[in-house]
Design a protein around this ligand. Structure first.
Ligand code: SF4
Length: 341
C-alpha cells in the first residue's frame, strides 16, 4: 500500500505562522493538491460528496493543518499518564475503529503545527512528576505513523522524548511506513507498538491500512532499530479458521523478530466487543461488513452509565484467551502480557 497522500487540504490561517505550517503549504502546492483556507477546523466546508457515504470517504482523504490551542493534555490511563496531542483523525477504514463514535462526522486528519508549544507543555508535565517517569500516548485520537512521512511530527516527538530523562512516549500503528522513524534518536524512550491481527481480519475489516505482511516486516525493522517493541492484538475475533489465523500470525512474528527485541516485548490483547451505538454506526458506514455483531450470540456485559457491551460468551472467551496466551508463551516466553480483556 502506498503512503497516504491527501486529495484535499485545508489550512487554518494561523498555521502559516509556524515553520511546519509553511513547509506543509509549500509541499502541497508543489504537489498541486487543491488547497483551501478555513477559519477553523470546525468550519471545514467544501469536501465533495453527493451522499453521506461519499462525503465520509472524501473526508477520510482530507488533511487539515491547524494549531493546537488547548495545551491541557487529556489523561490516558492506565497505559500512560497523558495523551500528547499531535493530530486527530485517520485515513484508515477499520470497521470497528473507535474514532467512528468519538470523531463522528469529522474523520479527516488534522495535524497540529505548533509542536514547540506542545513539547514545552509535555516538559512541564514531566518536571511536575520527576523523578517518576511520565508516559505520553501519541495514538489516542489518530494513527500518527500513517502520515508522518508528511509532517515528521512523530519523528520530532520521538527525538524530543529521547532527550527527556523522565519522559516516555508510546504509540500504536496499523501502517508500515516507518523507514524515516528508524533513524530517530529515541534512546529507548519510545515504545513502538503495532496493531496486528490475523490476515483474514486485516483483509476483511481494515481497509486502507497496511497489510498483514507489511506490518510484520515493519515490526522487524523497528526491532532492529532497537526500539522497545509492543503489539496490540485487537480485536481478537472468532472467525472461521481463527486458530489457524492466529497461529500463522505468531509463526510469522517468530521468524521476523531478532533475539534482542524479545527480551522487552509487550502484548495488549482485546477481544471483540461492540455496543449498540457502535453497531449502528458500523452498519451505516460499512453496510456490507462481514463483522459478526449478533446480540443473540453474545453475552451482555453491563457498563457504566448504561453503556453495556456485547462480549463473547464465557466459554468462547476462555478458549480464545487460552489459545492466544499459549501462542505468546511458546513464541515469546519473555514477553509481558500487559492486559487481556
Ligand atoms: Fe481507526 Fe486505527 Fe484504523 Fe485509523 S488505523 S481507522 S485510527 S483503527
Amino acid at each position: 500500500m502506498p503512503a497516504f497522500e491527501p486529495d484535499y487540504v485545508f489550512f487554518e490561517p494561523r498555521a502559516l505562522e509556524y515553520p511546519l505550517g509553511q513547509e506543509l503549504m509549500e509541499r502541497f502546492k508543489e504537489q498541486d493538491v487543491p488547497i483551501q483556507m478555513t477559519t477553523s477546523h470546525n468550519q471545514v466546508r467544501g469536501i465533495p460528496g453527493d451522499t453521506p457515504t461519499a462525503a465520509y470517504r472524501n473526508a477520510k482523504r482530507t488533511f487539515v493543518v491547524g494549531v493546537r490551542k488547548t495545551l491541557k493534555f487529556d489523561t490516558s490511563k492506565p497505559s500512560a499518564e497523558y495523551a500528547i496531542p499531535l493530530a486527530t483523525g485517520c485515513m484508515g477504514h477499520c470497521h470497528y475503529c473507535y474514532l467512528q463514535t468519538t470523531l463522528g462526522a469529522k474523520p479527516y486528519v488534522r495535524t497540529y503545527v505548533n509542536l514547540d508549544d506542545i513539547f514545552e507543555q509535555a516538559k512541564k508535565y514531566i518536571d511536575e512528576r520527576a523523578p517518576e517517569l511520565t508516559r505520553f500516548e501519541a495514538a489516542c485520537t489518530s494513527d500518527p505513523v500513517g502520515f508522518d512521512h508528511i509532517t515528521q511530527s512523530l519523528y520530532k516527538a520521538i527525538e524530543f522524548m529521547g532527550q527527556q530523562k523522565y519522559g516516555r512516549l508510546r504509540f500504536v500503528t496499523k501502517y508500515h511506513h516507518v523507514d524515516h522513524l528508524l533513524q530517530a534518536q529515541h534512546n529507548g524512550h519510545t515504545r513502538f507498538r503495532f496493531s496486528l491481527n490475523a490476515d483474514y481480519v486485516i483483509k476483511n475489516f481494515e481497509p486502507a491500512t497496511s497489510s498483514f505482511q507489511d506490518r510484520i516486516t515493519a515490526a522487524g525493522k523497528v526491532a532492529k532499530a532497537n526500539y522497545p517493541l509492543g503489539f496490540i492484538l485487537a480485536p481478537l475475533i472468532r472467525f472461521d479458521g481463527w486458530k489457524e489465523g492466529y497461529t500463522e500470525l505468531f509463526e510469522r512474528l517468530d521468524k521476523e523478530l531478532i533475539a534482542d527485541a524479545r527480551k522487552d516485548l509487550t502484548f495488549e490483547l482485546i477481544m471483540h466487543r461492540f455496543t449498540k451505538t457502535a453497531k449502528r454506526v458500523i452498519l451505516d458506514r460499512y453496510p456490507k461488513t462481514k463483522l459478526e455483531m449478533d446480540e443473540e450470540q453474545r453475552k451482555y456485559k453491563w457498563g457504566r452509565y448504561g453503556r453495556g457491551k456485547y462480549v463473547y460468551q464465557n466459554d468462547e472467551a476462555q478458549e480464545l484467551r487460552e489459545y492466544v496466551q499459549d501462542l505468546i508463551k511458546q513464541a515469546f516466553p519473555e514477553a509481558k502480557i500487559e492486559y487481556f480483556t
